[in-house]
Write a protein that binds this ligand. Structure first.
Ligand SMILES: Nc1nc2c(c(=O)[nH]1)N[C@H]1C(S)=C(S)[C@@H](COP(=O)(O)O)O[C@H]1N2
Ligand SMILES: [Mo]
Length: 425
């Protein structure tokens, strides 16, 4: 493997062509030539002919805007529906077709254990009962009068990336890791509502139930519920989409997707976890000694390089911006390191502001690809000091058998042809 010349401008920060992140800040304007995108630098540049769309009137106003028809290929990645149960399953966010940190509402991944109920908000309410001093029920108009809070947070299914734990699939990064999305969520803090009901002696967990056919039921520690859980009513400024839980869902920041109960209509305060079907039949981690971890709710630090990633082809040697996403259920991302030589050397990527707690963070790293083989990977560290584990350590943490909670480092191999493949490192 040939090394980039470290003495040459711009400054190399790690092996195989990783460059100092300052490059894009100070030399951004001169990069176009180096990246080969200004192919007409020496040719005579003629003023443009009027394209056809300047020659006639376009369309008019619209009640709800839609993406350009040229973006028609940007869709959720559909799973194979089971013909017997076509309404349940999941779709994934096409991570490789997006950038920034926010997922557009229409592309938020979906995970339905039954189906999407068609809820009339005027006939929906939220009940809190159980170990409370005064049970209470709120209809939509009552809930809308509460002080609201807005946070930008990711939701990740704990089954996300399970395919990469078990095998080395050559499918798109969204197909492997796209049970992951990030939105601004606005709603009422659950602690406000629990303040109103009051808590009775022994209260230590809550059980939340969704209002779809064969309700999803999940338990959440009361400590978490009183901390930063929100009864979310809005998603990126508009009312939550039906598939995300309209008219209300729980947002449980940093915790596995399944506790973010959608279409929530009932919360029971109890003195221990409910051991519901949805949290015993699934979401547990079987350890080598035969015991299972339960309620491992907080998602560990994780990151992915998305550009470039498996299935893409680099067109020619030269400058590229490696970019991807990092996140942690424990807090904010503090650091993302990138390697281009299969983990022999690492350098710090630039974290794009804002860097928020329990939120996706976009990272970027300039790279000069010399046209030789390269193995790229990223490694996240959060502000509690948790470091994203290697594949082997991730398996040791949660056992070999299950496919939940996998956050191992994801390497991609760039071949001399420019083709990018999924590999182990
Ligand atoms: N009521 C209800 N809530 C639910 C589910 C469900 O099937 N029913 N799926 C859960 C799972 S497993 C995940 S990963 C998240 C997915 O949220 P999303 O569909 O908005 O992406 O919702 C959770 N909340
Ligand atoms: Mo999930």
């Amino acid at each position: 493997m040939s090394q980039a010349d470290a003495s040459a401008e711009p400054e190399a920060v790690a092996g195989n062509g990783l460059l100092h992140r300052r490059l894009f800040l100070t030399r951004g304007l001169t990069l176009a030539g180096a990246m080969g995108v200004a192919g007409h630098a020496h040719a005579q540049v003629a003023p443009p002919k009027h394209p056809e769309w300047m020659m006639r009137q376009g369309t008019g106003l619209s009640g709800y805007g839609q993406p350009s028809k040229f973006e028609d290929g940007v869709k959720r990645i559909m799973g194979q529906p089971n013909p017997l149960t076509p309404t349940l399953g999941s779709t994934r966010t096409p991570l490789e077709k997006l950038t920034g940190m926010i997922t557009p509402n229409g592309l938020h991944f979906e995970r339905h254990h039954s189906s999407v109920p068609d809820i009339n908000p005027d006939a929906h309410s939220l009940l809190i009962h159980g170990l409370v001093r005064q049970p209470q029920k709120w209809d939509m108009s009552a809930l809308m009068r509460y002080p609201m809070t807005s946070v930008i947070r990711f939701i990740e299914c704990s089954g996300n990336s399970g395919a990469a734990k078990r095998a080395v699939p050559q499918t798109s990064v969204g197909q492997i890791h796209g049970l992951l999305s990030c939105s601004e969520w606005t709603g009422v803090k659950l602690s406000h509502l629990l303040d109103e009901t009051g808590l009775a002696d022994g209260a230590s967990w809550i059980i939340a139930e969704g209002a779809e056919a064969s309700s999803m039921v999940r338990s959440i520690p009361l400590k978490t519920a009183l901390d930063d859980v929100i009864v979310a009513l809005y998603q990126n400024g508009e009312r939550i989409r039906p598939e995300q839980g309209y008219p209300m869902r729980l947002l449980v920041p940093g915790c596995e997707g399944s506790v973010n109960v959608k279409w929530v209509h009932r919360i029971k305060v109890v003195n221990g976890p409910g051991h519901s079907r949805d949290e015993t039949g699934q979401y547990t981690d079987l350890l080598p000694d035969g015991r299972a971890l339960q309620y491992t709710l907080i998602l560990g630090p994780k990151s992915l390089i998305i550009h470039p990633s498996v299935g893409m082809k680099m067109s020619q040697p030269g400058f590229y911006e490696i970019s991807g996403l990092a996140w942690s259920g424990h807090g904010a991302v503090r650091r993302v390191e990138v390697t281009a030589d299969g983990g022999k050397s690492w350098a710090d990527a630039e974290l794009t502001e804002p860097v928020l707690s329990k939120c996706l963070t976009r990272f970027r790293m300039p790279w000069s690809w010399n046209g030789g083989p390269a193995t790229l990977a990223s490694r996240a560290t959060d502000d509690r000091g948790n470091v994203q584990p290697t594949h082997a350590v991730a398996i040791a943490n949660y056992g070999e058998v299950g496919a939940y909670h996998y956050n191992g480092i994801q390497p991609w191999a760039v071949a001399q042809t420019g083709e990018v493949a999924n590999v182990r490192m």
